[in-house]
Design a protein around this ligand. Structure first.
Ligand SMILES: Nc1ncnc2c1ncn2[C@@H]1O[C@H](COP(=O)(O)OP(=O)(O)OP(=O)(O)O)[C@@H](O)[C@H]1O
Ligand SMILES: [Mg+2]
Length: 313
């Protein structure tokens, strides 16, 4: 049985009157890539900072590797890698020296450390930039340096707080692939983001956060399976009658039909061949139609159904 790497129970964190984290609970098992998905201001970073004992909290119990996490728990901290949302590197040190500095907080043996630093630079594709000062790096390379500093000491638990914000697609893909590789090498990952596509692509399990609360969790398939809507079909039918709409509503799995300009928006609650059934009906009845499209539900739909608002800004 996999055991818990992280356990957060009933965490509450207030900033003055503002409740940033509201009775939030989360378990992360060994080997998972757990995605913490939530809109801006939902409490992701605050949760991470409480988890790491960087912030005092009002209520809750936090355990890492089955031990209570405390500000002075250096033995636990040595096994954690953190890649912060805001890039935190030292401007006066070059790339190599930065990684060496952060790795040196945990790895005292110089020979081992040299090897670890070289591996981290290789891994993040920074080997050829060793001598560069952070100011000389592009946004994407700076993010990668931030990652190299966080992971060089080979931690068992790695926390990424929105590592791909303002990163070009190429660096972004390199970062995501790097995270998968670290996971294959045995690290448990917590990944926060407000990009649902990214979380969906990378994470083995997703927790959706809103206003400091854990509002849903599961694999992306499980989350979508909880929706009534399974497919949305749009068909342009400029010339349509009341009877047509009533007939389409009678088709198996259709639960809602809306009119949107020239288009009919048809919502289905399951079924594998909804489009075929609808198009057969139209051609059997000689009803002319134009552009057709079909959409499967997204995590945004899950979020929308739970909270009544969009995940995107
Ligand atoms: N130091 C602080 N003092 C007061 N309020 C804060 C502080 N830090 C965060 N907050 C508030 O707490 C809430 C949660 O913020 P937090 O940064 O944890 O969200 P987030 O999910 O990480 O957002 P983002 O996606 O923008 O990074 C927000 O309403 C934010 O304005
Ligand atoms: Mg944040």
């Amino acid at each position: 049985m996999a055991h818990n790497v992280v356990s957060i129970e009933n965490l509450v964190k207030r900033y003055g009157d503002k409740v940033a984290v509201d009775h939030f609970s989360l378990n992360v098992e060994e080997g998972e890539i757990l995605g913490l998905l939530g809109p801006n201001g939902s409490g992701k970073t605050t949760t991470i900072n409480c988890l790491l004992s960087l912030l005092k909290y009002d209520k809750g119990v936090i355990k890492i590797f089955d031990k209570e996490m405390r500000p002075e728990a250096y033995d636990i901290k040595a096994e954690i890698g953190v890649v912060m949302q805001n890039v935190a590197v030292i401007e006066t040190l070059n790339v190599y020296e930065n990684v060496d500095f952060f790795c040196g907080l945990y790895i005292k043996d110089r020979a081992v450390r040299r090897q670890y630093v070289e591996e981290a630079l290789e891994f993040t594709g920074l080997a050829e930039y060793k001598k560069y000062k952070p100011k000389k790096l592009s946004g994407g390379l700076l993010r990668r340096l931030n990652i190299a500093c966080g992971i060089a000491h080979k931690p068992k638990l790695i926390i990424f707080d929105e590592p791909t914000v303002a990163v070009d697609p190429q660096s972004r893909n390199a970062i995501l692939e790097g995270i998968r590789q670290m996971n294959r090498n045995g690290a448990t990952i917590i990944y926060t983001s407000h990009y649902m596509e990214e979380v969906e692509e990378l994470c083995t399990r997703i927790v959706i956060m809103d206003r400091g609360k854990n509002v849903a969790s599961g694999t992306s398939q499980e989350l979508k399976a909880s929706l009534i809507n399974r497919e949305t079909i749009r068909v342009a039918i400029p010339d349509r009658s009341e009877k047509l709409i009533a007939d389409i509503k009678e088709i198996n799995h259709v639960y809602k039909v809306k009119e949107d300009g020239e288009e009919l928006i048809i919502k289905c609650d399951g079924g594998d061949h909804n489009l075929v059934h609808i198009l057969s009906y139209l051609s059997d009845n000689n009803i002319p139609f134009g552009r057709v499209s079909t959409e499967l539900p997204t995590l945004n739909d899950v979020f929308l159904e739970i909270t009544g608002k969009e995940l995107r800004d």
